[in-house]
Design a protein around this ligand. Sequence first.
Ligand code: HEM
Length: 514
Amino acid sequence: SISMEATMVVMVHTLAAILTLWLISRSLWHLVWRSYAVAGWFERQGIRGPPYRFVLGSLWEMKQMLVVERGKTPLDIGSHDYTSRINPFFHKWAADYGKTFLYWLGPTPTIYSTDLELVKQVLENRTELFQNDYLNPILERIFGKGLVTTNGDDWKRHRRVVHPIFNHENLKSVSAMTRESTQKMIAQWCNLIEKGDGHQAEIDMGCYAEELTLGVIERVIFGAHYKEAREGFAEGKEIQKLAVRAFADPQIPGLRSITSKTTRLIKERLASGVDGDDLIGLMLRASKSEEVESLSSDEMISECKTIFAAGQDTGATLLTWGMFLLTIYPEWQERLREEVLRECRDDDGDAPYINSIQALGKLKLLNMFLLETLRLYSPLPFLLRKTASDTTLANIKFRKGTMITIPVMMLHRSKEIWGLDADEFNPMRFEKGVLGAANNTYAMLAFSCGPRGCPGRNYTMIEVQTVMTMILRRFSFSLSSQYVHMPRNFISLAPRYGLPLIVRNLLDGEKSDI
Ligand code: HEM
């Protein structure tokens, strides 16, 4: 029996050794040989790129380049030339390897392309061939399994339940809630001015923009219960920051499961079953209806996180950069103010402000101005997709699992697409719409397009237009000497040290009429 035992031990050891060898060779195949095979496969199709490095792929090189850029002095205030600071690697590799090249997000092969035919085929595809995947488990934890991160049938189900939140009636209440929040902000500014020298005050527009969009989105999601949700959201923002740090630095180990107050609050509300016109109410009603396939309560929680994460920061960013551009182009501040005062009137000309979405539709210059803001300061600098099976795209053969980077920021600056003044601020380029400004509709991708384009586009435009019209009527504003022009990509593209502005009250003494 001793020899039996010895045989068993030998067998177990042999099996363990075989298993270990198998695991090692599989990892080596994945991390080394496969990478060379994939690089060779693309090279034979004329696509080259930076060399693959063990496990880290191109991430190490990307990080090194970012460190160099971060050490540089701030940009001139009037310069929009920040893209090479945020994406130095894309600039370098596009110069070295052309419009389409291969780089590595860790061991994952990734094709970068500014070929608009390829962009169109990826974004317009309706067969689930190109899936949303940001290769970041932590981002998935922030968004949960909601509209942004799901694919296929799950995504369709989420979409059917959630999309009514963007219908016309709800947009009207977004507009009303934005007006209310903006009135509060204006009252705070008036107070600050009064407490100061009576004429002007310095404020951080970045903070106010965040506060404002937060105030709206929490009411869109939680309705009457928004106050209780506040604390949870504050925590949500901290989690977002951690996640972005982890994404920027792949060495940081994964964060453990995050249970936030928000989740608890959502659970309580779901358990109480109280409806309402907010997102939770909408999802609860869908779960009672027999026509719509409903979401589980975990999926509902995910969807709240998604709408919060997708809709808050982006809107604040657009508002912040819009205000920034109006300070460095004061002639545009004047033009827009003039347009607001002219168009936003009642029929009898008395009441100076019409509270309707239709009134916003008349603000042509403001709309062109915001398109130009989105082009130069797109809140999201790139899109990522993953191929779900082998495919051919714009004459390039892709293997399943290849990532595709659509560099929105680079496309928005392409001289080939927008003309020689692509780097300059010129809202008039949009006088005849996007097609009049660029030679291709797929050139403007701030909200992406196709089936997975941003459903919050009108929501955001209404929100930002409302705030800006109200500010323009009431205040003139200029840049504080404290401002440092260093855009950074953190969650979305934001000024690194906020946006300090000097605001002056144009309607001295008229407190009530906002
Ligand atoms: C300036 C503001 C905004 C910008 C620039 C923006 C941009 C984008 C972009 C580029 C995408 C596509 C992402 C991808 O394909 O990977 C997207 C998707 C999405 N956005 Fe927005 N967004 C903004 C505001 C909002 C708001 C206010 C909401 C909600 C209240 C929202 C909700 C969503 C959702 C749910 C998706 C996922 C859609 C899907 O995959 O079906 N966004 N957004």
